[in-house]
Design a protein. Sequence first.
Lengths: 109, 220
Amino acid sequence: MAVQLLGLVVGLAAIHLTYLYYRRAQFTKRELVFWLILWLAFVFIALFPKSVSPVIGYLGLNRTMDLIMIVAFVILFGLTFHNYIINRQQQRKLERLIRDLALQQLDKK
Amino acid sequence: MNKTILVIPAYNEAERIATVISQALALVDQVIVIDDGSIDETFVKAQAAGALTLRHRINLGKGAALKTGCEAARRLGAEIIVTIDADGQHPPEFIPQVVEFLKNNNLDFVFTIRRGGDQMSLIRRLGRYVLNFQARKLFNLNLQDMWCGFRVFRMECLPKIDWNKSDYSGEIQMALKVGKNGLRYGEYVIPTIYNDNFKGVHILHGLKLLAQMFVWRIIL
C-alpha cells in the first residue's frame, strides 16, 4: 500500500510538472500528450498492479515490479540514445557555426 | 609554379608561433594560421608575424582547425597544401624539399617521418608503433609515422580525404582515407625537436583511436 501511495504521489507530481512545462511553452502539445500518457499509465499501474497480469503472464514474468523494471530500462536506453543523437547534432551545428564565423573573417580580409 | 599554402592549426602557442611563421613565410605563397580558441596571444602574434590569421571563437580541436584552414586555402586558390604544427617541432626549412618530393614523384600526398626519436617518450614511441601496425593491417597503409602533423598534399585530393572528427583523430582519419582511396603517397624524413612532452595526444586518445579504427574500417 505504501509503495502504491508513493507511486501515486510521484506520478501526480510528474503530471503537474509536465503541465507546468507546457504552460511555460517549454513543451509542445505533442510532448505534453506523450508525457501525460506515460505518467497516467504509471499512476494507473501503481493503483491497479493486477491490471498488467495478462502482460506479465504473456512475457513469462513473476511480478509487476519485474515488468516495471524492464519497461524502465527500455525507456532509459531509448532516452540515452535519443540524447546521444541530439548531443551529436548540437556538436556538429556548433562546429559548423564556429568554422563559418572563422571563414567569414577571410571574406573581410 | 603551383600555388602552395601553409596551414598551421594553433592553440595557445603564443610563445613559438611567430618564429614558425617567420621561418615559413618566404618558403610558401601564403601562410594561414587558424587560432583554435586560444586564451593566450596566439592570434595577435600570428597576425603580427604576417600570417593570414583566422580565429575559432571557441576551441574545437585540431581536426576542425585543419578543416577550416584547408577550406580557406581552397578559397584562396591553393594547389598544394602544407600543414605543420604550431609548436615548432617541424622545421619549416624542409617545406620546399617535401613539396619537391611530392612533385618529382608525382604523388598525391606526402607524410613525414620524425627523426630524433630519442627525445620522444617511450609511451609515445610504443603508441606510434601500435597505431602504424593497425593501420597497415586494416587499411593497407604502410606508414612509419602516421601521427606526424607535417604533411603535403594536392588540393584535388581534399574531397577524398575529407575528415569529420574535430579532435586529433581527424588527422588519422585523413591518413586512413589516403590508404582507403588508393591515393599515391610517399614518406619523407625530417628532424624533429620536441618542445613540450605534455602537449598533444595522451594514452587515452591512443586507446580510443585503436578502437575507432575498427569502426572506420567498416564505415569510412
